[in-house]
Design a protein. Structure first.
Length: 655
């Protein structure tokens, strides 16, 4: 139930001062908070025996102006309860974009449990550029400031405050901020303060709040305050869904539309599609064997995705404005927007209608909060003759033409048309059955328990990329021998492998599969006249998950993310083995388990001399209410009945 927020005792000095404006916090302190009162919230460690630390105060004071400039000041007052938490709170890191922001450390001090100062400043304070990865280099204006605090020990209090000023927004009038009331640890006082011009109407989304905000207006400024106390730590739960009615959160965004974001990006990129004679000549070379427009687009996609290195120059506006095709062609590298822009220019040159698409590489865009700050990635969209789009990620060099990365399937994207018009799209979502792996092991078992046969693994959809990555680079003869030996031993310990067949992972039209011949595999051990056959396939190993779910004494709070249980894919493993003449298998019971969480089956059969074992598992998608946790456990228990790792092979009666 909603309740009116009770004023936090001792937290605010004067409501009248709050009504005038948000407090102006500097190195001299915060005029709206009495620090000694906060320090008196310190507790004996025995009061929180299961916690390494708690927050006495989690505070954010944010100011936004109509043009998108402003400041964000955050203060954390933490009490260290155990030795394990000393390292966590003794080192702190703050980051900011030096091209458009300024960082100020207001203070950082360590106190004893009575509020007496142990150290009043960092013992070490260093600022540097963010490190650049060698594999996917990103050169940016991002800076990192790291401080070390002296005197941190169990029972002490760490109190620090910093301010990030936005002196130039990425997009004029655009801002995006958020505040999590739940912090992952017990929080005794929480406050989030927002100051904006009176006439500004930002978008505000309040999620699961059990208290109300307080608003005041004075002298042309509006102040919104969210404050509460004694916020408990929420225990994470297995398979918890992001969309839930548990965690409290506040989101704030500027009053822009997605159309504004599209027009802004169009203004940055509209003159970035010109091709030079050198690029025209390269395009002719790339598509020389193409017979159709589709062939030409595939060839151009492969060239841009695979032959141009990924390097990001996200300096200043370069984090959002693509480099010209000429620059990309000259340097032979580019980031997502550079490579997508080059491909779009090539596609348009060949007569296709192609457009940039803004998105988040990991999904999770909140559609109701338009902001350029929700995007960190760009791909291309090619219009199909019959309608719809073919989406192409030019930085994903192993994703075939027309496939959509699993990381943003079903998520939001913003297509920017040639006239700057915005089109909101949802990326296609592959059904689990399309994300499929299939493994077949077939051969013959000798009377002394040695198996010889073949192994074949195929993959499709989102399940193909592990195999593509494994075979994306050429192998030396020695590496092929090691790979063959490793694969064979992974199936049957001590097995010999030969005749390895693999594919070129960078050939985006090549079927995704690997095969080899097995021999000398000690698959069964003899006990008298009986053979104990080891199955070269995993059984349903879910006992640990069941125990974890059943060990939780409290009623479940979070909805269940169905896709997190198994995954949105199908996997089939089949083992066919011709038994020695005169032998039969003692067949285990078949298992079949179906629910909203997925399907599992295990089939054991013998026809003539051939023993056949087939295991299938298929996941699903969706969100189920927490009350269905019992159904999930029941389904897992049905799966767990298939715990067969060995099959007894014995002489047939009368054989």
């Amino acid at each position: 139930m909603m309740r009116v927020a009770v004023p936090v005792a001792g937290l605010l000095l004067a409501a009248q001062a709050l009504a005038a404006q948000a407090p102006r916090i500097t190195e001299r302190g915060d005029p709206s908070i009495r620090s000694d009162t906060i320090y008196r919230l310190a507790v004996p460690p025995s009061a929180y025996p299961d916690e390494a630390s708690i927050l006495l105060l989690d505070d954010g004071v944010v100011i936004y102006e109509a043009d998108g400039t402003g400041s964000r000041t955050f203060r954390t007052v933490a009490q260290v309860l155990t030795q394990e938490a000393v390292e966590l709170w003794g080192e702190n890191t703050f980051s900011y974009d030096a091209s458009r922001e300024r960082l100020r450390l207001n203070w950082a001090r360590v106190l004893d449990a009575q509020g007496n100062v142990i150290s009043d400043k960092p013992t070490h304070d260093q600022e540097s550029l963010a490190p650049v990865s060698e594999q996917a280099p990103v050169y940016s204006d991002q800076k990192v400031r790291r401080i070390s605090l002296g005197g941190v020990a169990p029972g002490t209090i760490v109190d620090f405050s910093y301010t990030v000023e936005t002196i130039e927004p990425v997009m004029p009038g655009d801002f995006l901020g958020g505040w999590s009331v739940h912090t992952g640890r017990p929080t005794r006082r929480s406050r989030y303060l927002l100051e904006i011009p009176e006439g500004l109407n930002p978008r505000i989304v309040e999620t699961n709040l059990n208290f109300r905000r307080i608003e005041s207006v004075r002298a042309g400024r509006r102040v919104l305050e969210w404050s509460t106390q004694e916020v408990p730590r929420v225990e994470p739960e297995p398979f918890m869904a992001d969309s839930n009615d548990v965690l409290m959160h506040i989101s704030v965004a500027g009053p822009v539309q997605w159309a504004d974001v599209a027009r802004w990006y169009h203004g940055l990129a509209r003159d970035r599609y010109a091709l030079t004679p050198g690029i025209e000549a390269k395009l002719a070379e790339v598509v020389k064997d193409a017979r159709t427009l589709d062939d030409s687009l595939r060839a151009a996609h492969r060239w841009v995705a695979q032959d141009l290195r990924y390097v990001s120059l996200s300096l200043g506006i370069g984090g959002y404005q693509p480099r010209t095709p000429a620059s990309v062609f000259e340097t032979q590298y580019g980031d997502c927007k550079d490579k997508a822009t080059l491909f779009i220019a090539l596609a348009r040159r060949m007569g296709a209608r192609a457009h940039p698409v803004l998105l988040s590489s990991t999904g999770g865009v909140e559609r109701t909060l338009p902001s350029i700050n929700q995007f960190d990635h760009m791909i291309a969209a090619v219009e199909r003759p019959g309608g719809g789009y073919t989406f192409l990620d030019l930085t994903a060099d192993l994703i075939p033409y027309g496939e959509v990365s699993p990381s943003y399937q079903g998520e939001f994207g913003l297509v920017v048309h040639e006239d700057g018009r915005a089109e909101e799209v949802t990326f296609p979502l592959d059904p689990p059955a399309r994300n499929r792996t299939e493994t077949v092991i077939a051969g013959e078992l000798s009377a002394d328990g040695v198996f010889a046969g073949r192994y074949l693994e195929t993959a499709a959809g989102g399940m193909q990329y592990n195999l593509r990555g494994a075979f994306a680079n050429p192998f030396s003869e020695r590496e092929l021998q090691q790979l063959t030996r490793s694969l064979a031993n992974g199936i049957f310990e001590g097995a010999t492998g030969d005749s390895l067949e693999i594919f070129d992972g960078r050939d985006l039209r090549a079927p995704t599969w690997v095969g080899l011949r097995l021999s000398n595999a000690r698959a069964a051990t003899r006990s008298g006249e009986t053979l104990i056959l080891s199955l070269p396939m995993e059984s349903a190993s879910v006992q640990g998950t069941i125990a974890d779910l059943e060990a939780r004494s409290e009623a479940r709070r979070f909805p269940i993310d169905v896709a997190a249980v198994v995954g949105p894919f199908e996997d089939v493993t089949e083992f066919r083995v011709t038994l020695p003449a005169g032998y039969r298998a003692r067949l285990p019971q078949n298992v079949s388990a179906q629910s909203v969480f997925g399907r599992y089956s295990a089939e054991y059969s013998q026809e003539g001399r051939e023993l056949r074992v087939v295991r299938r598992i298929a996941g699903s998608r969706g969100v189920q209410p927490p009350e269905r946790i019992g159904d999930l456990v029941a389904w897992l228990k049905e799966m767990a009945k298939d715990d067969v790792k060995f099959i007894v092979i014995e002489p047939a009666a009368g054989g």
